[in-house]
Write a protein that binds this ligand. Structure first.
Ligand code: GDP
Ligand code: IMO
Ligand code: MG
Length: 431
């Protein structure tokens, strides 16, 4: 059975956790394929709030197998804490499995992340300091330690020794920082190995078996398109392939296993960390959106930068990802605004352009169309026809501009605060 993919289309935090949880109900598997615990995916069910960093957002359904796939980087300390947290909230995590090929984040990765950021000064990326970049760097440099290495302590010992010796040189000679102790890290990770060993599987064979047994598989993207290492706002990006192309490389499947590419976009834009943001709102309206949308990082608690919906960036994201259906989240957040702006062109040097330039890092600014607001609470609406007419016009404009159908509109953080716009299509895709 061909699988579905969920990806964020902006700079992250579009509500992937909420939508994955919603769609996980009809899935047998939910699989993460890239990123690490830099993610923070929120799920809100009645009065319970979950924030997932590494665990796929299918975990709330105990029958769903949740795989942390080969392309993910795993910090075992953070993973174990997350599992313990979920268990303490009454969740059954026995179906949370870890692919052998995933790379492991070590304490030196977290420190390198921090030291590199410090050394960049004003040019820093604004990373989450979780060590994600340095873990992927070691993977590409072919000196990384993988989950399966924790199952063979001789190999783990040798790889760790090599890495600690190397990193201690970098710490002292380049960053003038103190060295790390091999012994304490080795002992710490042996304990982690004991705790997680039962969850370690060959992710590639498990996923292929599931596919051939006609299981319903949902791939859950982390971060988002504009943070993609190849196609995002480089160098202000994360270090993995966040787009749908990353599903194949990050889980070991061929492209024809995939069918529907569901892109998630907020009804506006946010960004955490530094880097270009053509539609950033630098006045009090940005603060209104931040407060109403509770735009504070789920992982780092940093205030998110807020901006207007950027249809040039969104069209580019849909193009790269091959999106066939759209989900718009957080439409309720715009309800208080008198005027809602939508970016339909960019001002780039002295030109007006209608594409997303590779050097977006230069001074690119949004050119807007104004929409009248609807000034009405929409958070308990469940039918598209019940939305205020100005709200429908806003949604209709997005669909026309992108030439894509919006299948779902989220109007609140709670699992049930949704408008399924086209029910028969929705059931066809997800049942
Ligand atoms: P993710 O990283 O893409 O999973 O998104 P995050 O969980 O980091 O951020 C989305 C935030 O918006 C979370 O606090 C969600 O609970 C919340 N949220 C999701 N959908 C909606 C919505 O439609 N309306 C409102 N008001 N909040 C939402
Ligand atoms: P979810 O999955 C928003 C951002 C960081 C920084 C840049 C690089 O919750 O959408 P990194 O630590 O990855 O090297 O930081 O990427 N970033 C995110 N922003 N949501 C995320 O994940 C993010 N993960 C990383 O803020 O700008
Ligand atoms: Mg998030």
């Amino acid at each position: 059975m061909p699988s579905n993919v969920i990806v964020g289309l902006q700079w992250g935090d579009e509500g992937k956790g909420k939508i994955t949880d919603l769609l996980a109900k009809n899935s047998d598997y939910v699989i993460r394929y890239q990123g690490g615990n830099n993610s923070g995916h929120s799920i809100h069910i009645k009065n319970r709030y979950f924030i997932l960093h590494l665990v796929p957002s299918g975990v709330i359904y105990s029958g769903v197998k949740c795989i942390i796939g080969p392309g993910v980087v795993v910090d075992p300390k953070s993973f174990i804490k997350e599992i313990q947290n979920l268990e303490s909230m009454g969740m059954n995590t026995s179906n949370v499995l870890l692919a052998k090929r995933a790379h492991i984040t070590m304490p030196y990765h977290r420190l390198l992340d921090q030291y590199k950021e410090e050394s960049l000064g004003k040019k820093s990326i604004g990373t989450t300091h979780k060590g994600i970049g340095p873990t992927y760097e070691d993977k590409i440099a072919r000196i990384g330690i993988r989950v399966l290495d924790l199952l063979d302590l001789d190999i783990f010992y040798k790889k760790l020794k090599y890495n600690i010796d190397l990193k201690n040189q970098i710490f002292t000679k380049i960053f003038q920082k103190k060295t790390l102790s091999f012994k304490s890290i080795y002992e710490e990770y042996i304990e982690y190995a004991k705790t997680i060993s039962d969850r370690i599987i060959d992710g590639v064979y498990e996923i292929h078996k599931a596919f051939h047994n006609k299981k319903k598989i949902l791939f859950e993207g982390a971060q988002a398109m504009l943070l993609d290492i190849n196609y995002g706002t480089y160098p202000y990006v994360t270090t993995s392939s966040t787009s749908t192309g990353g599903v194949c490389t990050g889980s070991g499947i061929p492209p024809h296993f995939l069918k529907n590419f569901i892109g998630i976009s907020k009804a506006y834009c946010t960004r955490v960390g530094f880097g270009p943001f053509p539609t950033e709102i630098e006045n009090e309206i940005g603060d209104v959106i931040r407060q109403k949308g509770n735009e504070y990082g789920a992982t780092t608690k940093r205030p998110r930068r807020c901006g207007w919906l950027d249809l040039i960036a969104l069209k580019y994201s849909c193009m790269i990802n091959g999106i066939n259906y759209l989900v718009i989240t957080k439409l309720d957040v715009l309800s208080e605004l008198k005027i809602i702006k939508v970016c339909v062109k960019y001002k780039y040097n002295n030109d007006i352009i209608q594409y997303f330039p590779a050097d977006i890092i230069k001074n690119v600014k949004g050119v807007y169309i104004d929409f009248p607001g609807w000034k009405k609470d929409i958070s308990s609406i469940h039918k598209y026809e019940d939305l205020p007419i100005n709200c429908q016009k806003y949604i209709g404009f997005i669909e026309n501009f992108l030439n894509l159908e919006i299948i779902l509109i989220s109007v609140g953080s709670e699992r049930n605060q949704n408008i399924i716009k086209n029910k028969s299509l929705f059931l066809k895709i997800f049942n």
